[in-house]
Design a protein. Structure first.
Length: 81
């Protein structure tokens, strides 16, 4: 089943296309939190403190636990006016 990772707006420019992380990789790399997912996908790129994170469309922080089948999304803060 795995985890689907989405990047929006400038996050897509930084990280590239969305990714699916397979179950085997999740177990092998011990990807248990949102921070683990970022570090796996980022390949050394630092995440700004103001990046918003959602798991299954609910806002979370980097220490939030993830599980098989989750959708993790990273996007920059949005302003309106």
């Amino acid at each position: 089943m795995g985890i689907h990772v989405k990047f929006f707006a400038s996050m897509r420019d930084l990280m590239g296309d969305d990714r699916d992380i397979e179950s085997e990789i999740i177990k092998e790399k011990a990807l248990n939190t949102v921070d683990d997912i970022w570090n796996y996908c980022a390949e050394g790129k630092e995440r700004s403190a103001n990046v918003l994170i959602a798991v299954n469309m609910d806002y979370v922080n980097g220490q939030s636990q993830i599980k098989e089948g989750d959708e993790v999304a990273f996007f920059p803060p949005v302003t309106g006016g």
